[in-house]
Design a protein around this ligand. Structure first.
Ligand code: NAG
Ligand code: NAG
Ligand code: NAG
Ligand code: NAG
Ligand code: NAG
Length: 489
């Protein structure tokens, strides 16, 4: 029903999509290109979507290992990115909002790029990789993570300003923002600039004697949907379907609902006088939101295409590991967590895979909470983790992905989607197995970072096979307690 961005969090779970690719292993160290897309869900051709035009991402996926069920550990930009870039869960980074830097607040944890840098790589950041601000010490975790100063596109500052031409001919700060690129300030858009900078860095790296680790973070399709207007033509409104389940599910506990405050702030949405917290959004506007989301994805796809073509043209494609992921947005047997990116990239590049974390691990700078997924890749010589990973011998029914989401109250309110640490009263802990999604909302003490699993505020249980869209909450039917709380991390 809701716009395909953060609004989806009303089920408190998120999934991330990881398409990942590896060409033949070379004797020289492999480079790494990590592409991170903001708020992308698997509305992509490679995930079977019939409407979306994403030929470049699909092409990458066609010769990659494509994960069908990859889950983010917390579906908010800063906590999700800090989690997968350090390889630690939000309960270990202690970042559930945007307002602290893990090195001083939780532990001096190593990051993926820091680890590659310490292993002889030139590490570079372009665009939104770490979330900007305090959560990366206003420096994208420089100097620890990066060899050179991180790049941010100059036109980024216009993203939320009045640059969208409305039907009244005036400029507005809208949710829906198809633009004529020649007319916007600086005559360009952030993701175009990021692609150009990334290509420039690849050209420089062509002659480098050191391997590189280049992270490129794209802003779209995160709201606002500010994209070149020609992409709208790919999606005529009359061809846009509505979500298959537009109603708020009857059995959804109020604590699980996300009132999409970020969307309500936009001028075009404010003009709709939507009721708080449940809406609804008028059907015509729902169609327009979906149209602009799809157009933003196709625009993003052309940027990914330009970047990958440059890698080919520079003859770097056969010596570069490409990992493609989103920080959240909905993303079979291969049930994985974004947390596993750290050990898996290290393993693929032939570096020593960091050891498993003890519990607790606040004092340990380098360890992993995620799994090394190397064995999913069908090749092997010399790059295996010496440690036998029990994960791969496990019964698929025992695989579990964990996610969590904080709330300030049991009912939706103004800060439900992004509560500050001090306001967190309830934490939703969620497990996804191949059979079900099970969530308990329990009381949480933000001073002690303690969840109280004996104080359950609400629960959710959805069966994957019979209820894939998670519309029929069976928690009360099963008294909830039948499933083991002890599975929580
Ligand atoms: C990659 O391909 C280029 C050109 O096709 C070739 O010169 C180079 O040796 C290849 N590198 C590896 C590591 O296979
Ligand atoms: C944190 O880790 C960085 C990188 O290894 C190191 O330079 C720094 O000294 C450490 N800081 C503390 C307080 O241990
Ligand atoms: C964060 O940045 C400030 C200002 O640049 C710096 O003084 C401080 O040492 C940084 N914190 C850490 C843990 O490196
Ligand atoms: C829109 O739908 C019509 C009817 O199914 C189809 O012929 C047309 O190709 C579609 N247009 C686009 C741009 O997909
Ligand atoms: C929203 O409310 C304003 C002020 O009450 C009114 O002028 C406007 O027509 C309303 N818009 C819609 C779409 O109902």
């Amino acid at each position: 029903m809701l716009p395909p961005c953060r609004g989806l969090l009303w089920l408190a779970l998120v999934l991330g999509s990881v398409c990942s690719s590896l060409e033949s292993a070379a004797p020289d160290p492999l480079n790494v290109l990590l592409i991170i897309v903001d708020d992308l869900r698997p509305s992509l051709g490679c995930y079977g979507d019939q409407l979306i035009r994403s030929p470049n991402i699909d092409q990458l996926a066609s010769h990659s290992l494509l994960f069908q069920n990859a889950f983010a550990q917390q579906a908010v930009c800063a906590p999700s990115r800090v989690s997968f870039l350090t390889g630690r869960r939000p309960d270990t980074t202690r970042l559930y909002d945007f307002n602290s830097y893990w090195r001083v607040h939780a532990g001096n944890f190593s990051t993926i790029p820091q680890y590659f840098k310490e292993n002889g790589y030139v590490t570079m950041s372009v665009g939104k990789v770490f979330h900007p601000g305090i959560s990366s010490n206003h420096s994208d975790d420089s100097p620890y993570s990066w060899s050179i100063p991180p790049y941010h596109p100059s036109s980024e500052k216009y993203e939320n300003t009045k640059t969208c031409r409305g039907p009244d001919g005036e400029l507005h700060a809208n949710l829906l923002c198809p633009v004529d690129v020649a007319d916007v300030p600086e005559g360009t858009l952030p993701d175009k600039q990021s692609t150009e900078e990334a290509i420039r860095l690849l050209e420089k790296m062509k002659t480098s004697t050191s391997p590189f680790f280049l992270a490129v973070g794209y802003h779209k399709p995160h709201i606002p949907f500010r994209y070149p207007k020609e992409f709208q033509k790919l999606y005529p409104l009359e061809n846009i379907t509505l979500a298959p389940d537009p109603q708020v599910p009857a059995g959804l506990p109020p604590v699980a609902y996300n009132p999409w405050m970020d969307i309500r702030q936009r001028e075009d949405v404010q003009a709709l006088n939507l009721s708080m917290p449940y809406g609804p959004i008028p059907v015509d506007f729902q169609r327009k939101i979906r149209q602009s989301y799809f157009a933003s994805v196709s625009y993003l796809d052309t940027q990914v295409g330009r970047l990958l073509s440059a890698l080919d043209d520079l003859q770097l494609a056969n010596s570069t590991i490409i990992a493609f992921t989103s920080d959240h947005g909905r993303q079979a047997l291969d049930l994985v967590e974004l947390l596993s990116l750290f050990p898996t990239l290290a393993g693929l590049a032939g570096l020593h895979v960091p050891p498993r974390c003890p519990s607790p691990s606040f004092h340990v700078e380098l360890c992993r909470e995620g799994q090394n997924l190397l064995k999913y890749f069908r090749f092997g010589k010399g790059t295996h983790d010496s440690e036998e990973d029990p994960y791969f011998h496990a019964n698929p029914r025992e695989l579990i992905a964990y996610s969590q989401y904080p709330r300030p109250a049991d009912s939706p309110q103004w800060n439900s989607d992004k509560p500050s640490l001090k306001d967190i009263k309830v934490m939703g802990y969620s497990i996804r197995t191949i059979d079900y999604r099970y969530t308990v909302w329990v009381s949480f003490n933000p001073d002690e970072f303690l969840a109280n699993f004996s104080d359950v505020h609400a629960g959710e249980l959805y069966l994957v096979d019979s209820d894939p869209l998670q519309d029929h909450n069976m928690y009360n039917d099963t008294q909830g307690g039948d499933l083991p709380l002890s599975l929580m991390p």
